[in-house]
Design a protein around this ligand. Structure first.
Ligand SMILES: CC(C)(COP(=O)(O)OP(=O)(O)OC[C@H]1O[C@@H](n2cnc3c(N)ncnc32)[C@H](O)[C@@H]1OP(=O)(O)O)[C@@H](O)C(=O)NCCC(=O)NCCS
Length: 145
């Protein structure tokens, strides 16, 4: 596996993967492109296997806070530690930039993601009722370093 920073050349692949990884509410290509516009403090990471991106994750770095926007792994590549590797790198880099508190939102039904974040020290900190378009609540999680 190759772990690297993602850039605007990866927009099409990430937009394709959004449809596979978030079939209920994928980001549109424009939404993905906005993350790479340079108008926000986003950092994106990609994991490649066989020359193709199989996972990506993003964080907005606003020291001392970080906001994880997305973490996704292709279904056939899950449970091999790929999300963990990407998150590890993303968090290490953020800490080096002065981030001490990282937050994210996740669907309350998303057992795999909640379990993943807990292995990285994220704790449940509240709920945003009806946060998602289909009305599902979001669990708010924080990690404090
Ligand atoms: C959540 C997701 C990113 C996890 O990716 P992954 O590469 O499979 O995760 P890892 O292999 O690094 O898993 C690390 C740990 O997280 C937990 N975990 C991951 N998937 C899990 C599952 N399906 N059930 C229970 N725990 C799970 C486990 O503790 C796991 O460690 P273990 O395999 O040693 O038991 C992946 O399932 C995914 O892309 N889901 C769809 C997109 C999504 O929901 N993203 C999160 C949005 S907030």
């Amino acid at each position: 596996m190759i772990l690297r920073c993602a850039d605007a050349n990866d927009i099409d692949r990430i937009a394709e993967m959004e449809k596979v990884c978030f079939p209920e509410d994928p980001w549109s290509r424009d939404m993905v492109a906005a993350e790479f516009s340079g108008l926000n403090p986003a950092r994106y990471y990609a994991a490649e296997e066989g020359g193709e991106i199989v996972a990506y994750a993003g964080i907005w770095v606003i020291p001392p806070e970080g906001y994880i926007t997305n973490v996704a792994v292709l279904p056939e590549c899950r449970r091999k530690g790929i999300a963990s590797a990407v998150l590890q790198k993303m968090i290490e880099d953020s800490l080096a930039e002065g981030v001490t508190d990282i937050t994210l939102e996740v669907r309350v039904s998303n057992v795999p993601a909640i379990a993943l974040y807990k292995t990285f020290g994220f704790e449940e900190a509240g709920v945003r009722p009806g946060y998602y378009q289909d009305g599902e609540d979001a669990l708010i999680m924080w990690r404090h370093d």
